[in-house]
Design a protein around this ligand. Structure first.
Ligand code: GLU
Length: 446
């Protein structure tokens, strides 16, 4: 049986690190196994769903490098959900309810006030035919609930191990609203059966949905897939990320200049017993992916870790890969020596622009001691310059001026680049060239 998984976002917002993690983990799992990945758009709630979010989700997934073999959209599958409801009605597993939202709310409050769990009391099951007719005559439309079987629901979760849950602790879930809109509990299972999903990998916020959904798989004659519920990410203080998710949208992270593989490397491994490494590509990440290695503890999201992964990826990026991307940033005609000189110093790819300017465009030098930099300028050797030039030159400058260490190097760096830190000057100096170096040491913008 070949593996089939789905990522099923509701298009009610943009992807953020939390839901992107579900996508990445599903993708890595199925690519590791050689299976199929479906993108399913859960858009039956037409008031909250927006086509532009569907488009944005696809853009964000494509940016990460997550591709999908199949696509499904729930809003065009309403007939299938209606058929499933009919099947459940015929089997006595779906029943009509007429309570309004206010009535249900009142019931819940009364139960809570009496110290009882707010579980739906199944009053609608006891309605007589006449009572039902009376409600309908009043203009009430029924919503439909799934009648849970009493008893323990058990599954072996790929991440959580054996899970036991008492169905009696849950309300019979609503499957179809009074306006006829089918809800997630039903639509998800209908689709998981129709598209023959073998594994449902999602956040642990869905654990309690799994209980009625396992019963639904059985009631609809489907094979129950394997489940894996990932613990939700928390921040450094152990708090949920929900409030920060706006700034952790993939769009915001992309605008911040992060490499998609930094995000994939983090999302594909966080919470796992395997160390997080900067993987160059998704294929490498997939080859080593291990779902059971995902732990039960909530993984902590640390933005500094993402920055480190990003820097490590840039450090290892070849010039062949970097060149078109530098060109897209407006840096035309970059060359390999330039890239090799600066890549180890970059936090974001776009930081290369400042160093391209240092090598190829006029820069205002910072002069701390004009006599010293003028003396250093006088000792610049003739070109051609190579990787040894910096060492040989600074040795002479040191001997002539009696300076060493930071006192020697720092003013030279400030004069040559206009900045206090940056890539190794041994690599940068030949790229700056003698004319610019001499002029900058003399205090001129060059
Ligand atoms: N649309 C659901 C969500 O975004 C899908 C959950 C699932 O994977 O079953 O939470």
């Amino acid at each position: 049986m070949s593996v089939r998984v789905r990522f099923a976002p509701s298009p009610t917002g943009r992807l953020h690190l939390g839901n992107a993690r579900t996508a990445v983990v599903n993708w890595l799992f199925t690519r590791h196994a050689g299976g199929a990945f479906m993108l399913r758009i859960d858009d039956t709630d037409r008031e909250r769903s927006r086509d532009e979010f569907t488009a944005a989700i696809k853009t964000d997934l494509a940016w990460l490098g997550i591709d999908w073999d199949e696509e499904a959209q729930q809003s065009v599958r309403l007939d299938q959900y209606a058929d499933a409801l009919d099947t459940l009605k015929a089997a006595g597993r779906a029943y009509a309810c007429y309570e309004t939202a206010e009535e249900l709310d009142y019931k819940r409050k009364r139960q809570l006030a009496r110290g009882k769990p707010p579980i739906y009391d199944r009053a609608a099951l006891a309605l007589s035919g006449d009572e039902r007719k009376m409600f309908e005559a009043e203009g009430r439309k029924p919503h439909w609930r799934f009648k849970l079987d009493s008893g323990t629901v058990t599954w072996t979760d790929v991440v959580r191990g054996d899970v036991h849950y008492e169905a009696d602790h849950l309300s019979d879930p609503v499957l179809v609203r009074e306006d006829g809109v089918p809800l997630y509990t039903l639509t998800s299972v209908v689709d998981d059966i129709a598209f023959k999903m073998t594994h449902i990998i999602r956040g642990e916020d869905h654990v309690t949905n799994t209980v009625p959904q396992i019963q639904l798989f059985l009631a609809l004659g489907g094979a129950v897939p394997a489940f894996a519920h990932l613990p939700l990410m928390v921040d450094a203080d152990g708090k949920g990320l929900s409030k920060r998710l706006g700034s952790l949208s993939l769009e915001a992270l992309r605008d911040d200049g992060l490499e998609p593989m930094a995000i994939n490397s983090l999302l594909g491994r966080m919470g796992s017993s395997d160390a997080i490494e900067a993987a160059h590509d998704l294929k490498t990440l997939a080859a080593h992916f291990d779902l059971p290695a995902m732990g039960r503890a909530s993984p902590r999201f640390d933005p500094i870790e993402l920055d480190h992964l990003n820097a490590r990826l840039l450090h290892g990026l070849s010039f062949a890969e970097a060149e078109p991307r530098l060109a897209a940033l407006g840096l035309a005609n970059t060359d390999e020596p330039f890239w090799l000189a600066v890549r180890g110093n970059l936090k974001r790819l776009r930081d290369a622009a400042a160093w391209w300017t240092v090598c190829r465009a006029p820069v205002a030098p910072t002069i701390e001691d004009a006599a010293f930099t003028a003396a250093a300028a006088g000792l610049l050797p003739p070109e051609p310059w190579g990787p040894e030039t910096w060492r040989a030159w600074t040795k002479e400058v040191g001997a002539a001026t009696g300076r060493k260490g930071r006192e020697l190097f720092h003013p030279l760096r400030l004069a040559l680049t206009g900045r206090g830190d940056g890539p190794e000057l041994a690599a940068l100096l030949p790229l700056i060239g003698r004319d610019r170096a001499a002029a900058r040491l003399a205090g001129q913008t060059a």
